[in-house]
Ligand binder design. Structure first.
Ligand SMILES: NC(=O)c1ccc[n+]([C@@H]2O[C@H](COP(=O)([O-])OP(=O)(O)OC[C@H]3O[C@@H](n4cnc5c(N)ncnc54)[C@H](OP(=O)(O)O)[C@@H]3O)[C@@H](O)[C@H]2O)c1
Length: 248
């Protein structure tokens, strides 16, 4: 991995009091879709640490966010995360926004063990590992975990059992974590309905539907919800936000 701090001056290892320093937010999945909008929304007011799935994606992020710390982490490779995150030497972290995800919209009978494994690695196990590795830094900052879940974290149905299973499990993770860390780290779960993104294009194409972006939520709207959760005053906690398109 290239030096994770090469693009900025070590925002997170500051020993300044929280009020005197810019807050630091780590985001996964910031190259496209919802994650990209979250990074855009926060970039003016926060120091960003952005996880990219590949060197190519990292290049894209360095170009768009020249002040951000960018590092490469394929979230399907969960066992590599501890060492990669360790190289960031994060003393404090104000928030982690696990946003990267994959669809896996297919019927249960047609999903192989490898497909289940990859889907759960990216959508769930990587979040668990990010949290495990980053909790000390989050606790020091009285920080937040703001997970991008889905409407499918509440409802399942024909053809999206594996995806919904990963998002139900993610909700269980954040619900438990919220209680375990109450008073130390705040935990929010954001549940978007259909959002205009590459993932949604893939889903609509799999279903043989024409793509009409107007029917879906703009990614910027989800980014605003993330900022709201992040900036909820310290004595309170945004536990869950559900945002659905007006059109069904
Ligand atoms: N779109 C929707 O309708 C919708 C609705 C509800 C919830 N969500 C959730 O919102 C989140 C973002 O979805 P989106 O629609 O913005 O998806 P998207 O446009 O397909 O973008 C997916 C993001 O995840 C990253 N990613 C995928 N596999 C990765 C891996 N192995 N390692 C690291 N990063 C990886 C991608 O990085 P690369 O660019 O490098 O591939 C990309 O930045 C997901 O968790 C999704 O489940 C989406």
């Amino acid at each position: 991995m290239s030096d994770p701090r090469q693009t900025s001056s070590s925002p997170s290892s500051s020993s300044q009091p929280p009020s005197a320093r810019r807050k630091v937010v780590l985001i996964t999945g910031a190259t496209r879709g919802i994650g990209r909008s979250i990074a855009e929304n926060l970039s003016g007011d926060y120091d960003l640490i952005l996880a990219a799935s590949s060197e190519k994606s990292a290049e894209k992020l360095r170009h768009t966010h020249p002040k951000a710390v960018v590092f490469v982490a394929d979230l399907a490779e969960v066992n590599s995360l501890e060492s990669i995150l360790g190289q960031l030497s994060l003393e404090r972290l104000d928030a982690v926004v696990p946003c990267a995800g994959v669809t896996g919209h297919r019927p249960v009978h047609d999903t192989t063990p490898e497909q289940w494994q990859r889907l759960f690695s990216i959508n769930l196990f990587s979040v668990a590992e990010l949290v495990r590795c980053l909790l000390p830094a989050l606790r020091r900052a009285q920080g937040s975990v703001i997970a991008i879940n889905s409407g499918a974290g509440h409802f399942s149905g024909e053809g999206f059992g594996p995806y919904a299973a990963s998002k139900f499990a993610l909700r269980a993770l954040t619900d438990s974590l919220r209680e375990e860390e109450r008073g130390r780290v705040r935990v929010s779960s954001i549940h978007p309905g259909k959002v205009d993104s590459d993932m949604q294009r893939e889903i609509q194409s799999l279903r043989g539907n024409e793509y009409n972006a107007e029917r879906f939520i703009r990614p910027e709207t989800i980014a605003k919800a993330v900022r709201f959760a992040l900036e909820t005053s310290q004595e309170s906690m945004t536990e869950e936000i559900t945002i659905r398109p007006v059109q069904r």
